[in-house]
Every structure is written in C-alpha cells, then in structure tokens.
Design a protein around this ligand. Structure first.
Ligand SMILES: Nc1ncnc2c1ncn2[C@@H]1O[C@H](COP(=O)(O)OP(=O)(O)OP(=O)(O)O)[C@@H](O)[C@H]1O
Length: 293
C-alpha cells in the first residue's frame, strides 16, 4: 500500500522538552488511523509536523510524496487543529463558501453541511453557535476540498454523545469512499468506533502500533470501586487506592475480580465498575512495567 504520509526517525524538541523521540510512522492510503495517548504524549506535535505547521528538529517528514512545507502538496489534505478560530460575524453558509472558493473541485455546500448535520445552521452566524456546533463546523471544513488525507486533532472533545456520533458518521462516510484519516483522541471508545489501526503515543515515542483489539487489551483497565473494610488478596489487581472507606481497584479483568470478591464472603456495598481514563491506564501499565525492571 502507498504511504500518503510518513515520518522517518523524527525528533522534535521545544527547548528542553523532547516532544517526539525518533518516530517512524507510515500512513497508508485508505487507512483510518487513531493516534491515542495521554496529555503531552506528542500527538499534536506529530500532526503539526505532518501538516507542515512545524518542522522536525531532526528526521524527515513526507506528505503525499512531497514536503509538508509545499502549499501545493498541502492542498491535497484537510486539517482540523485542536483549536480553531472562526470569524464570529460570518454565517455558517458564508464560511463554507469562503473555504470552498480555495479549491478547484470543492464539495457542494449542501452536501457538506448535510454530512455533518449542519444544514439547519446554514444561516446562523458563527458567533451564535454553541461550542459543540462550532467544533462540528471546524471539522466539516477539513473535508471541503475533497482531500485525499485528513488530519483531525481531537475532533470530538467537548461534544455531547449525539454530536459526537454525527461527526463519526461524517468521518466514516469519507473513509468508506476511500479517504484516509488520521485522528487523535483521548477516548479509546472513539478510536474503537472509527479506526482499525491504533498508534499509541507516550512520552514522544510510539508505544504500540496495532489493531484496535490488541491495543484495547493493552489499555483495557477498569476501575472497580466499593465500600468495604479489609479486602483479601484478589486476582489481577494492578493497584489499590483507599479514600474515606471507599476502595478503588484497577484491573484488566473486573468480572473475575468481582466473582472472587463475592466468593471470599467479604462484606461490601456500592459496587461500581467503570472504564478508567486512558491516562490512568497508562500510569498503571507504566508503573507496573517499571516495577518489573
Ligand atoms: N510550542 C511549544 N513549546 C514548548 N513545549 C511544547 C510546545 N508544544 C508542545 N510542547 C510540549 O511538547 C510535549 C508534547 O505536546 P503535544 O501537544 O504534542 O502533546 P499531545 O499528545 O497532543 O497532548 P494533548 O493530548 O494534551 O493535546 C508536551 O510536553 C508539551 O508541553
């Protein structure tokens, strides 16, 4: 498969901060790749290097067979950075037309707005939109120029469930037609809904590059919380915290843990099992790995 974007041994420093550390990555045509990792992992830096907003300190970045610094090359991509500023006084339809005018074969306005559930907002000024609506518009605009490759940095942060699903549908439709997508997310759920390939980034390095399933097993840590006194030794516990009589256990196998807890006859109440944040999962896994060194 052809690589549409590639980094080779890319390092990026900001002063003393090593944001990316010799990252080599190929984004192949037709892929939907999720970049997953905790805050400060280097995801945005990687996207910014791919789209030419930053240059590497060392190593090379290729985009669509050329340099990301070349504006002609960049015309073939769509980008929604983590933060965007759209002019408040323009209407949704006007902004869409403005962006469309930059591309020779732009997507029709109605089609674009329909795809991203924005049709009813076409006459609204951007300043009057909710945060979530603005974000959806910003993401939609990445698709205006019929790009071959789209980079979305945390496309759905701050969106409610329904808005998130509408965006996912728009992104998925583009991908189903053969489009290539790279998106960053903190949400494993989002990556699972969209991507086949997950690249886990941590401390500037690629920690894993695999299928969603394989990575889920790696970071699929759950938090089991309960009100209880002393607990017996339970299987598969990665860490234990206790606060005000409430115990929180992190585990990759909550079912087994709860079965063993019940079997032990230990009195407890208020049992709750919920996903951990990715950050918690990473901290746990890293702490465990370090403990074994
Ligand atoms: N312009 C900058 N100047 C100095 N340090 C920076 C700059 N941009 C990023 N960094 C640092 O580089 C590291 C990687 O940041 P980056 O924004 O790429 O991470 P991220 O994975 O996108 O994080 P988040 O999920 O919080 O957006 C962090 O330590 C960050 O503080």
């Amino acid at each position: 498969m052809t690589a549409l974007a590639r980094t080779v041994e890319v390092t990026r420093r900001y002063g003393d901060v090593l944001a990316l550390d010799r990252v080599s990555l190929d984004i192949r045509a037709g892929e939907l790749v999720g970049l997953l990792g905790p805050n400060g992992a280097g995801k945005s830096t990687l996207i910014n290097l791919f789209v030419g907003l930053r240059r590497p300190t060392s190593g090379t970045v290729e985009l669509l067979g050329g340099s990301p610094q070349n504006p002609v090359v960049r015309r073939g991509i769509g980008v929604t950075p983590q933060e965007t500023g759209l002019p408040d006084s323009l209407k949704v339809g006007e902004i869409t037309d403005f962006v469309r005018a930059h591309f020779p074969d732009a997507l029709g306005k109605d089609e674009l707005l329909d795809r991203f559930g924005l049709s009813e907002l076409v006459k609204r000024q951007v300043g009057s939109l909710s945060g979530g609506q603005k974000r959806r518009l910003a993401v939609a605009l990445a698709f205006v120029g019929r790009p071959r490759l789209v980079f979305l940095d945390e496309p759905t942060t701050g969106l409610d469930v329904e808005a998130r699903r509408t965006l996912w549908d728009g992104i998925q439709a583009f991908h189903n037609e053969g489009g290539t997508v790279v998106l960053t997310s903190h949400y494993l759920e989002e990556i699972e809904a969209l991507a086949q390939r997950v690249v886990v980034v941590g401390q500037g390095r690629v920690l894993a590059d695999d299928t969603v399933r394989a990575v889920r097993d790696m970071v699929g840590v759950r938090r089991v919380s309960l009100d209880a006194g002393d607990l017996p030794d339970l299987p598969g516990v990665l860490s234990t915290e206790r606060q005000d009589g409430r115990v929180s256990l992190l585990t990759t196998d909550p079912d087994r843990l709860v079965v063993e807890l019940v079997r032990s006859g230990t009195p407890f109440s208020g049992l709750e099992v919920r996903p951990t944040t990715l950050e918690e999962a990473f901290l746990t896994i890293t702490a465990k790995e370090n403990a074994h060194v």
